[in-house]
Design a protein around this ligand. Structure first.
Ligand SMILES: [Zn+2]
Length: 296
């Protein structure tokens, strides 16, 4: 019987004596470390009220990777909540929002409490229950930091959307961090149920971790390699096509500026070339965290 990785779903038939409950493939083990280092850096940067967050490496990485969640209907609730929170706390200057009101405005069929609790853990917001019956949502330190930037762009819709997309991606990075820390199949099922962040996990594994581990070659990859990597891990053809068309859009106004250039390959496909400064930024963050953790 082939064994399936509990995090990305890739199957491997060549192993014996493995535990189906805890088997994690080597690529996921590397990705866990990258996700943990990026999340810890993001949280530290975004919590610092004196940090010009827009100028940080992690802000740029999250901004350029947002396209992987943009068209995912299962994750659209995160973007909807973030937009409501920024409008309420940065533009309307409210101090709290009623939970039921927020739920109505996000128009989600999903119970958003779990999502809000996850965002609370990432210090985006605070959930309070003043009279034990109703719940209110207040801004956390990370949201306050983003609100400062958002407020500056008050009348510029496109710039505001970009700020919101980075905060949304930070909320997703927190979900990936939670997944990175889990050790068994049962823990993953109990934590996420049917809402495991598998598509962003697999996409960032290819776009961040594989770029880092391949060294100089990491900057180049073909459409075919990307497609196969995602398909092997069970991502749907719709998701894969969405990612590929986003990667191919490299005009100055496109959502992602992750790809710097595209070259045709012989077999009707293309080769993508990743922006060098983004790879260097990933390397810097990862290397500094690895050093820090080694000291602990
Ligand atoms: Zn895996």
């Amino acid at each position: 019987m082939p064994v399936r990785c509990i995090k990305c779903g890739v199957t491997s038939g060549r192993r014996s004596n493995v535990d189906y409950e805890t088997f994690i493939c080597d690529e996921c083990k590397q990705h866990e470390q990258v996700v943990i280092s990026l999340y810890e850096t993001a949280k530290e940067t975004f919590l610092d009220p004196s940090a010009p967050i827009e100028a940080s490496d992690i802000y740029e990485i999250l901004k350029q990777t947002y396209f992987i969640i943009q068209k995912n209907p299962k994750l659209s609730v995160y973007a909807a909540i973030v937009k409501e929170l920024l409008e309420a706390f940065a533009i309307q200057n409210l101090t709290e929002i009623d939970y039921d009101e927020l739920w109505r405005r996000t128009r989600s069929r999903r119970n958003i409490l779990k999502v809000l609790k996850s965002m609370e853990d990432a210090e985006i917001l605070k959930l309070e229950s003043p009279d034990r019956i109703s719940r209110v949502v207040k801004p956390g330190p990370v949201l306050e930091n983003f609100a400062k930037v958002y407020r500056v762009y008050k009348a510029k819709e496109q710039a505001k959307t970009r700020v919101a997309s980075v905060l949304t991606m930070y909320a997703i990075l927190h979900e990936l961090y939670v997944l990175a820390k889990l050790k068994t199949k049962t823990e993953i099922e109990n934590t996420f149920g049917v809402h495991s962040p598998k598509a962003p996990w697999v996409a960032t594994m290819f776009l961040w971790t594989t770029r880092l581990t391949k060294g100089e070659e990491g900057r180049h990859f073909t459409e075919d390699e990307f497609r196969k990597f995602l398909a092997k891990r069970g991502l749907s053809t719709t998701t894969i096509s969405n990612y590929i068309s986003a990667l191919k859009a490299i005009n100055p106004n496109s959502v992602q500026q992750f790809i710097e250039n595209i070259q045709p390959t012989g077999n009707n496909g293309v080769e993508f070339i990743v922006r060098e400064d983004l790879i260097r930024a990933l390397e810097r963050i990862h290397a500094s965290r690895v050093r820090e953790n080694a000291r602990d």
